[in-house]
Design a protein around this ligand. Structure first.
Ligand SMILES: Cc1ncc(COP(=O)(O)O)c(C=O)c1O
Length: 237
């Protein structure tokens, strides 16, 4: 089984092009593997007017792609209702496999999601407007306060994946916390301590808060650059 986030991947924000989706489903067919497509971010496209890429499952003919998603990113963080779209036989097996653990998802939350799904286009539009404003505010503040950092402005999702000039992500995250800003260092997203020069910056807060956060982050980065590392980074062999 392979787990994938084809739509506005967390943390990079990348959108998998349609040709790659077709090739991935074909590779899974040849390897006789299942593909889980996590579509939690699929409805979080920004205001770019770009056409939406068809889902991974659009290339599937044999029940090989299992699509999953959640209301918690499109609607709000505490609304943890998810869904699975698969063939009827596998759906039945999954329902039975879940019963011994917690029977079912909370009914009140399910009813709230059902109500919101009736106006999902409005929800999507409102979210896109807010996210676009916040994303642009963060990108602008980073260019101003941290001009040495490199990043692509994503077309969807909730985060910006920034590359720093030196591999100091773990120390930066610790220092930033003392400055009142929480960021996730790159190694949290990789195996064996890689991605030390990357940091995930999410932009779910309003523009003003993000501008303040970028200023504080720049202060934390200066502090890290000024202090030499207490011990050399471990080498991986
Ligand atoms: C790719 C992806 N899928 C799913 C989730 C979690 O969804 P939920 O809050 O419904 O557990 C997250 C949370 O960050 C995520 O990044």
């Amino acid at each position: 089984m392979a787990y994938t986030v084809p739509d506005f991947h967390n943390p990079t924000g990348l959108l998998m092009p349609d040709g790659d989706r077709a090739a991935l489903v074909d590779a899974a067919r040849r390897a006789d593997a299942f593909l889980v497509a996590d579509e939690t971010f699929a409805d979080l496209g920004h205001d770019t007017g770009a056409p939406r890429v068809p889902p991974l499952a659009a290339h599937d003919r044999g029940g090989r792609v299992i699509s999953v998603g959640s209301a918690s990113k499109l609607m709000w963080g505490g609304l943890r209702i998810g869904w699975i779209r698969t063939t009827a036989p596998l759906a039945r097996r999954l329902v039975l496999a879940r019963e011994p653990f917690d029977m079912a998802s909370p009914v009140l939350e399910q009813l709230i999601v059902r109500e919101l799904l009736a106006s999902v286009d409005d929800v999507r539009e409102q979210r896109a407007r807010e996210l676009t404003r916040s994303r642009d505010a963060l990108a602008g503040a980073l260019r101003e306060h941290l001009p040495g950092w490199e990043f692509r402005v994503p077309e969807g999702g909730l985060s910006l994946w920034a590359r720093m000039p030196a591999p100091v992500a773990t120390r930066l995250a610790e220092t930033a916390e003392r400055h009142g800003v929480r960021v996730v260092p790159g190694p949290a997203f990789g195996a064996d301590g890689v991605l030390e020069d990357y940091v995930r910056l999410s932009f779910v807060l309003p523009p003003e808060a993000l501008r303040t956060a970028a200023e504080r982050l720049a202060g934390a980065h200066r502090e890290v650059e000024a202090a030499p590392a207490a011990r050399p980074l471990p080498a991986y062999v």
